[in-house]
Design a protein around this ligand. Structure first.
Ligand SMILES: Cc1cc2nc3c(=O)[nH]c(=O)nc-3n(C[C@H](O)[C@H](O)[C@H](O)COP(=O)(O)O)c2cc1C
Length: 149
C-alpha cells in the first residue's frame, strides 16, 4: 500500500504537524501544495488531503487539486483538517465534491488547531496547544484503521 498526504497549512503549521504525524505513522509521502505543484499521484493507493480551515473551507490549493485530478478506481481518499472550533464538520463540502467525482472514500478526521485569526488574536487565540498529543494519537488511530481496511 502506497500512500501520500497532500497538505496546506498556512496559519500556524497546525495541519503540517498533523500531516507529518499521520505520514510518519503509516510511512506515507508528504507534499505541501502551497509550496510545490501537486506531484503525480497516479501511483498511490491512498491519498490523504489535509488542510487548515480558512473561512469554513479547505485551502484553495487542495480544492484545485481535487477539481483537477482524475482519481483511479483503486485509489482511496481521506480528508483531514484542523480548525479553530470543531462544532461543525468542515470536511462535508470536500467530501461532497469527492463523491460527485466518484472517488472511493476512506474517511475523515478533524481536530482543533491553535487559532489567532481576527478577534481571536486579541484574546490570545483559541485552541492553544492543539493539535496536542491526544489529537495526534487519535489521528494515528484513524490512519491505522483506514490503512488496514
Ligand atoms: C484566514 C483564516 C480563516 C479561518 N477560518 C476559520 C473557520 O471558518 N472556522 C474555524 O473553525 N477556524 C478557522 N480558522 C482557524 C484555522 O482553521 C485553525 O487555526 C487551523 O488549525 C489552521 O491550520 P494551519 O496552522 O495548518 O494553517 C481560520 C484561520 C485563518 C487564518
Amino acid at each position: 500500500m502506497k500512500a501520500i498526504i497532500l497538505y496546506a497549512s498556512t496559519h500556524h503549521g497546525n495541519t503540517k504537524r498533523l500531516a507529518e504525524c499521520m505520514a510518519e505513522y503509516i510511512g506515507a509521502d508528504l507534499a505541501d501544495l502551497t509550496r510545490e505543484d501537486a506531484p503525480d499521484t497516479s501511483g498511490y493507493d491512498i491519498i490523504g488531503l489535509a488542510s487548515g480551515i480558512y473561512h469554513q473551507s479547505f485551502h484553495e490549493a487542495i480544492r484545485s487539486y481535487v477539481n483537477d485530478t482524475t482519481f483511479a478506481p483503486h485509489q482511496r481518499v481521506f480528508l483531514a483538517d484542523t480548525c479553530g472550533t470543531s462544532f461543525r464538520d468542515y470536511t462535508r463540502s470536500m467530501r461532497k465534491l469527492l463523491m460527485e467525482k466518484g472517488v472511493c472514500w476512506a474517511g475523515s478526521f478533524q481536530c482543533t488547531g491553535y487559532d489567532t485569526y481576527g478577534l481571536f488574536g486579541k484574546i490570545g487565540g483559541i485552541a492553544k496547544g492543539h493539535p496536542n498529543e491526544k489529537d495526534l494519537q487519535r489521528s494515528r488511530d484513524f490512519v491505522r484503521r483506514i490503512t488496514r481496511e
